[in-house]
Design a protein around this ligand. Structure first.
Ligand SMILES: Cc1ncc(COP(=O)(O)O)c(C=O)c1O
Length: 437
């Protein structure tokens, strides 16, 4: 039936879904898109919704699709594995192949362990850090996301009243139903601010088991670390005997084949990986120094997971890592170059129409901000971005066939090409023209 609503079928489907699937979505984050779309197909960098609209996909399943959709090597690897046993709950060779690859690629990885979600991987490294140091407190940074579980869903979002004064940060809960005393096990610090961190560590450093950080804060506006910040973290954690944990669930196998740690030449004690690691299959991992990692087998640190080391996911991971490692990491170099071209193009188009915008990020992960600030370097800068303008931009650019995350983030894959870059920048120009009118 002809309709003027280009999203009519998606809207009808979510109405139907709401009667059986809570809120109509499998993750509440997905309800935040301007229109929660249903997809019928996707290839490479493009996806087609059930109304037949085609998009350049910059959501990429919230990060995993580093090789785009249905990459032939991945399809072939999963297909081969699909006709073999799906789960052993025991050892098989793919575990060795992928962990060996990770040890070769990632500087901190002397040992690797697989699990299913990023949230689980984070819990494992925090437990390891507490066991290894015999200390309880974890220092996390405001605005950093480390999964949805009680121990870390803290000081991630909230208004200025939650944040408190920058020199006296309060840890605050981010969910109803969260165990209230989660806040007692965590100290929070402003990100990209070594001076303030030093002051906190001078007072409480001896109680802190680990400092955990996203090396680039992709979850709050793709904040890049100031020169020396990550190096400073390394020095300060060593001085007080705390471990340094990089949460590379996003940056790992997206920023570079060795993760952000290889780009910034800072090797943490432990790191977490997920998303791009499986290329779209459910897989995460943690890795780090052997003497710490081995505690989960020999040191009495509790850990488990029925689906850990799942063969189908590991087949996907092996194909993904092989593709990313080929030709000296050309795939990620390309993804990052395409992303930087998009960032430049969007920023220039915004300037052309007098729209105050900043595009942050490292290329394969970007974030569009509407702000009068010259740069967005801290979580508090990020919170100043104009959310209404962003919502309008996202709604308009969706109509132009650009699909990006509801917080303004864009992920770029190894199969986005100059054609996608040009089309995206042109779409942004058109939207800015309308916003400026
Ligand atoms: C940096 C970071 N850590 C942890 C997680 C949690 O991963 P998952 O959603 O797989 O549980 C995410 C998810 O977005 C993340 O971005």
């Amino acid at each position: 039936m002809p309709t003027t609503d280009r999203y009519a079928t998606s809207r009808a489907m979510i109405e139907r879904a709401r009667k059986s699937l809570t809120g109509g979505v499998s993750s509440p984050f997905r309800a935040k898109f301007p229109v929660p779309l249903y997809f019928q197909d996707a290839h490479g960098p493009r996806a087609i919704d059930v109304d037949g609209n085609e998009y350049i996909d910059y959501a990429l399943a919230w990060g995993p699709l580093i090789l785009g959709h249905t990459h032939p090597k991945l399809v072939e690897a999963i297909g081969r594995q699909a006709s073999r046993p799906h789960c052993y709950g025991a050892q098989h060779e793919l575990e060795i192949a992928v962990s060996e690859k990770m040890c070769a690629m990632v500087p901190c990885a002397e040992r690797v362990e697989f699990t299913s979600s990023g949230s689980e991987a984070v819990q494992a490294v925090l437990r390891l850090a507490r066991a290894y140091t015999g200390r309880n407190l974890i220092l996390k940074f405001e605005g950093n996301y480390h999964g949805w579980l009680d121990s870390v869903l803290l000081s991630y979002r909230g208004g200025a009243e939650d944040l408190g004064p920058i020199d006296d940060l309060r840890v605050h809960l981010n969910s109803k139903g969260q165990v209230p005393n989660s806040v007692e096990n965590v100290v929070v610090a402003p990100w990209n601010d070594l001076e303030r961190l030093k002051r906190i560590l001078d007072q409480r450093g001896q109680e802190i088991a680990a400092v955990i950080t996203e090396p680039v804060v992709c979850n709050s506006g793709c904040l890049m670390p100031k020169p020396g910040f990550l190096q400073g973290l390394r020095t300060l954690t060593r001085e007080c005997g705390a471990l340094l944990i990089f949460d590379e669930i996003i940056t790992g196998f997206r920023m570079a084949t060795g993760g952000a740690q290889s780009v910034f030449s800072v090797t943490p004690d432990l790191a977490t990986f997920g998303k791009a690691l499986g290329g779209g299959l459910p897989l995460s991992a943690f890795a780090g120094r052997a003497e710490i990692m081995e505690l989960i087998v020999t040191g009495g640190v509790g850990y488990g997971g029925t689906f850990n080391g799942n063969p189908l996911s590991l087949a996907g991971a092996l194909a993904t890592l092989e593709e990313l490692a080929a030709h000296d990491g050309a795939a990620l170099a390309h993804a990052n170059a395409m992303g930087l071209a998009i960032a430049k193009g969007i920023a220039a188009s915004a300037a052309e129409y007098g729209i105050p915008a900043v595009v942050n990020g490292f290329g394969a992960a970007l974030s569009v901000h509407f702000t009068k600030l010259a740069e967005v370097r801290s979580y508090r800068d990020y919170l100043q971005s104009d959310q209404q303008m962003l919502a309008r931009y996202l709604r308009l650019i969706l109509d132009e066939g650009i699909y990006q995350l509801p917080d303004g983030r864009m992920y770029v894959s190894a199969v986005h090409t100059q054609r996608e870059v040009d089309q995206t920048v042109e779409a942004a120009r058109k939207v800015f023209a309308e916003m400026a009118a």
